[in-house]
Design a protein around this ligand. Structure first.
Ligand code: FAD
Length: 279
């Protein structure tokens, strides 16, 4: 059972608890992206088990009238075992999602996996006419070229700053440079695409810039934030008419995800400490 301290960031251990969370978020106008926690599998059986869990999640989502979709991780679907394992599992989920009308996102992990992930996304997004979305990372120097390549691919693109430490040779490592790249990539996306643009950021400056660009270019966009982070702002934006999606992880592998959230920001660490000492 997940302790209350972690339940700010994780929507329970089972699909049932995660669905309760979606219901509450939807009541506030916030849509939910499910993510079953799990990554870096080295056994094919583990990757196949999670792919099967996503296929049943697709059916469960389709049986409700909830605003929900899902996001998978390449290493959860077996990319560390073999590119073909990842591609087969990804395809299996997208086929089920296409049959049931559920949208599937693919997270982006470390830079060694970028090529295979983008190839798989492009193939499936073209074949299933846009039922798939891909995360791209502004900290990677290559991303502008990738966005160029993906400009006419159907589906959606989620722009994030990038969560993985990458070497200077392939990535911007200074915060200011990442922010500048994020703005440039965002402008490129609004200039090139009619819609399907997701702003995956909690940064008020990036969200305000997206609003400006949307007014200038007239393209549709959505804002995506993590469960437990700036949730008041998520509700406020939704009430203002912005399409807001909250990325909500669930599952029994919650501990390392929770520590990552606590480590990345002082406010989250203070929140955890307050919960422990009860103030
Ligand atoms: P930061 O640059 O961390 O912060 C900028 C400003 O945002 C802060 O100054 C503050 O004003 C505000 N802010 C940020 N966090 C908080 C907080 N906790 N509380 C209050 N204010 C805050 N990364 C990947 O590499 N691959 C992925 O697939 C991926 N998927 C993601 C999906 C979603 C929906 C989101 C939101 C992020 C994802 N990320 C992913 C993580 C992303 O790359 C960043 O590491 C992370 O979002 C932090 O960057 P930021 O843009 O939110 O803001």
């Amino acid at each position: 059972m997940i302790p209350p301290i972690a339940s700010r960031f994780v929507a329970g251990e089972t699909p049932a608890t995660a669905f309760d969370h979606v219901r509450r978020a939807n009541e506030d106008g916030v849509k939910v992206i499910f993510n079953l926690l799990g990554e870096h599998y080295h056994e094919r059986a583990d990757a196949d088990t999670d792919a099967e869990a996503y296929v049943s999640l697709v059916r469960d989502v389709a049986d409700t009238d909830l605003d929900a979709c899902l996001s998978v991780k390449p290493s959860q679907l077996g990319i560390d075992i073999g590119d073909d394992v990842f591609r087969e599992n990804f395809r299996r989920i997208v086929e089920a999602a296409d049959e049931h009308g559920v949208f599937v996102w693919c997270d982006m992990e470390d830079a060694d996996t970028t090529d295979v992930t983008l190839d798989a996304f492009e193939e499936l997004a073209r074949e299933f006419d846009g039922g798939v979305g891909q995360c791209v990372q502004a900290n990677l120097r290559r991303t502008r070229e990738d966005l160029d390549r993906l400009a006419d691919v159907p589906g959606k693109l989620r722009l994030v700053k990038g969560a993985y430490d990458e070497p200077e040779s392939i990535a911007y490592t200074e915060k200011a440079d990442v922010n500048e790249a994020y703005r440039e990539d965002l402008e490129f996306l609004f200039g090139e695409r009619d819609g399907g643009i997701a702003v995956g950021s909690h940064d008020p400056a990036m969200i305000a810039y997206a609003e400006e660009l949307a007014a200038e270019y007239g393209a549709d966009y959505e804002v995506q934030m993590l469960m437990g982070v700036r949730e008041d702002e998520q509700r406020r934006l939704a009430a203002d008419g912005v399409e807001v999606w909250q990325y909500a992880p669930y599952g029994d592998k919650w501990l390392s995800y929770f520590y990552r959230r606590v480590r990345e920001r002082k406010e989250n660490a203070l929140f955890a400490l307050r919960a422990v000492v009860g103030v």
